[in-house]
Design a protein around this ligand. Structure first.
Ligand code: ADP
Ligand code: MG
Length: 262
C-alpha cells in the first residue's frame, strides 16, 4: 500500500441531476458516489443516454441552466455548487479543462486558432515570452501539420478532426488539475486516436492531473485507464480497476457490454 494518501480532487456524494418538469422529472443521473484522486485516469462507459455526459458536466458545474442538481460535489475540498459562479469560472480557466463531443461548441468561430490556444496558455500562467512558442509546440503534439500557418486560421478553415485536435491541444498543453474528455477520439482516425490517448497519459505522468474519459470504446479504456465506471440508466452500476472489472464483471449490463465487444 502507498503510505501517502492523496487528497481527492473531486468528491461526489449522492449526486443527482434531473431535467424536465418538476412533477415529471427525468433523472439523468442519480445516487452517484465517486472519488477522483490526482493522477488517476478514469474511463466512463455506458450506452447512449445513460448519463455519462451529464455526470461529467455536473462534476465541474458546467450543466445546462435547466438542470436540477442534488447531493454534493467537492472540487479540491470546496463545495462546488455553493461557490459564487465567478469563482467556478476562474476554476474552469485555471484548474479544469474539458474536451466536449462537438468541437464547434467550444472553439470560438470569431478568433484564430493561435489566438485561442495562446489565450488558454496565458490564463494558465505561462509567461508571456513563452506563449507563442508553446502554442506551436502544443499544436505539433496533436499532429497539426504546418502549425505556423494554422495559428493564423479560423476554426471553419480546419476539418472537424483538426478542430477536435486543437481542443485537445488546448486542454492538455497547460496544466489542468482535472481534465474531462467526453468522447474525445470518436471522430478521429485510428492512428491519430492512439497518439491522442498517449497525450492524456503524458499529461497525467507530467503533472499528476486526474483525467476522466467518456467513451463507448472499451478498447480505449483497456489501453489508457486505471479505473472504469460503468453507467446504466443514470447510475454507476459498477466501478473498479480496469483489469478487475474486465476480467470478472459483476453487473449484468457490464457483462452484456463486454460480450458485445469483439
Ligand atoms: P450520454 O452522455 O450517456 O449519452 P446524457 O448525459 O447526454 O447521456 O443524457 C442522459 C439523459 O439526460 C438522456 O435521457 C438525455 O436525453 C437527458 N438530457 C441530457 N441533457 C439534457 C438537457 N439539457 N435537457 C433535457 N434532457 C437532457
Ligand atoms: Mg454523451
Amino acid at each position: 500500500m502507498n503510505p501517502i494518501v492523496e487528497v481527492p480532487i473531486v468528491e461526489v456524494q449522492d449526486f443527482g441531476v434531473a431535467f424536465g418538469l418538476k412533477d415529471r422529472p427525468l433523472h439523468a443521473v442519480r445516487g452517484v458516489n465517486l472519488t477522483v484522486r490526482p493522477g488517476e485516469i478514469i474511463g466512463i462507459a455506458g450506452e447512449s443516454g445513460s448519463g455519462k455526459s451529464t455526470l461529467c458536466t455536473g462534476l465541474i458545474r458546467a450543466l445546462a441552466p435547466t438542470a436540477r442538481v442534488s447531493g454534493r460535489v467537492c472540487f479540491d475540498g470546496r463545495s462546488l455548487y455553493d461557490l459564487p459562479m465567478r469563482e467556478v469560472a476562474a476554476m474552469h480557466g485555471r484548474d479544469i479543462a474539458m474536451v466536449l463531443q462537438n468541437p464547434m461548441t467550444s472553439l470560438d468561430p470569431l478568433f484564430t486558432i493561435g489566438n485561442q490556444v495562446r489565450e488558454v496558455l496565458k490564463r494558465r500562467g505561462v509567461p508571456g515570452a513563452q506563449v507563442r512558442e508553446q502554442a506551436i509546440a502544443a499544436l505539433k503534439r496533436v499532429h497539426i501539420t504546418a502549425p505556423e500557418m494554422r495559428v493564423g486560421q479560423f476554426p471553419h478553415q480546419l476539418s472537424g478532426g483538426m478542430r477536435q485536435r486543437v481542443l485537445i491541444a488546448m486542454a492538455t498543453s497547460a496544466s489542468p488539475r482535472l481534465l474531462v474528455a467526453d468522447e474525445p477520439t470518436s471522430a478521429l482516425d485510428a492512428t491519430i486516436q492512439d497518439e491522442i490517448l498517449l497525450l492524456f497519459r503524458e499529461l497525467r505522468d507530467r503533472t499528476n492531473a486526474a483525467v476522466l474519459i467518456v467513451t463507448h470504446e472499451l478498447e480505449v479504456i483497456r489501453r489508457v485507464c486505471d479505473r472504469v465506471l460503468v453507467m446504466y440508466a443514470g447510475r454507476i452500476v459498477e466501478q473498479g480497476p480496469v483489469s478487475t472489472v474486465f476480467a470478472a464483471p459483476q453487473h449484468p449490463y457490464t457483462r452484456a457490454l463486454l460480450a458485445s465487444t469483439p
